[in-house]
Design a protein. Structure first.
Length: 302
């Protein structure tokens, strides 16, 4: 078989133009036969997926526990077991959301927080990917930078706030920088650790095909660690929301973090719970979007 392609010109392809999905030295091009007695095997090599993998089951199952929690929440608040100033009812939280929406504040607060979180996440995750690749692929970079970055990672998020305010004042720059710091370390840590453990036989096969430097990284090494990279991105997105709240709790006049602080100061438990619910829902949505991207990446590279 003749391999066509050169570094930097795109994926490695066969003579007929078919892309090679993976440079696996142990792959002889044949598919593994189903084991005897495999209950999932059927005619044509196709098996029925377990019922737990059905989309409808996952949707219903995922909504079941939240609905039960809301029902328990409603029962506790309406029965008088908890005072309204300690725990507002689900109906009161909904009414608070309607009131803020009519005032034009709810959509504005959500939009501002989402914008801050996504910008900070993009910056932090991008830098984390580059730094993780450098440290994971270079022993010299690992020796020079890994101890310092490990020490900085241990610094609590709130410790950065006074310094960032001193340097950048109370503005968007300080908030986005804090969020980027939070998103940086999960991606850096997972990418660096994963690249250190890429199968060296796979790397040698890539080099035998003439791949070097960035071409070797994008064609062989990065696809080999895609699941780990996505896991790092999901952790980074969660960290971005945590650091967003830390930034908005201290130095903000708008946003969901500000809504938390303002509601606590004014004794508005309904609005406070509304902010928590919105953070949970939006955080789950962003995590699910990364999960959708993971499926597409795995179809492309796996």
């Amino acid at each position: 078989m003749t391999i066509l392609g050169s570094p930097g010109t795109g994926p490695v392809v066969d003579r007929d133009g078919t892309p090679l999905r993976a440079l696996n030295p142990y792959d002889d091009g044949t598919a593994a036969a189903p084991a005897d007695g495999d209950p999932t095997a059927s005619a044509g090599g196709r098996g029925r997926a377990p019922w737990t993998r059905r989309r409808s089951v996952r949707v219903v199952g995922g909504a079941l526990v939240p609905l039960v929690l809301v029902a328990v929440w409603h029962a506790v608040t309406t029965s008088g077991l908890v005072a309204p100033f300690q725990l507002a009812s689900p109906l009161a939280v909904w009414q608070a959301a309607v009131d803020l929406a009519q005032r034009g504040q709810l959509g504005l607060y959500v939009a501002i927080s989402v914008q801050r979180a996504l910008i900070g996440f993009a910056i932090g995750a991008g830098l984390g990917l580059l730094t993780g690749a450098l440290v994971g692929l270079s022993r010299v970079a690992d020796i020079l930078f890994a101890p310092l970055l490990g020490a900085i990672r241990a610094v609590p998020s709130l410790a950065w706030v006074p310094l960032l305010i001193l340097w950048m004042k109370i503005g968007e720059e300080s908030k986005i920088t804090l969020i980027a710091i939070g998103a940086f370390f999960p991606v850096y840590t997972t990418v660096a650790a994963a690249l250190r453990h890429v199968d060296q036989h796979l790397v040698e096969v890539g080099r035998a095909y003439g791949l070097r430097g960035p071409a070797l990284f994008t064609t062989v090494q990065l696809p080999a660690v895609i699941p780990t990279v996505v896991s790092g991105l999901r952790l980074a997105m969660a960290q971005a929301w945590l650091f967003l709240v830390a930034a908005e709790l201290i130095a903000a006049s708008m946003g969901l973090g500000f809504l938390l602080t303002d509601s606590a100061n004014n004794g508005r438990v309904d609005r406070l719970l509304l902010a928590i619910v919105l953070l949970a829902v939006i955080g789950k949505i962003t995590d699910s979007l990364i999960g959708v991207g993971e499926k597409r990446l795995l179809k492309r590279w796996a």
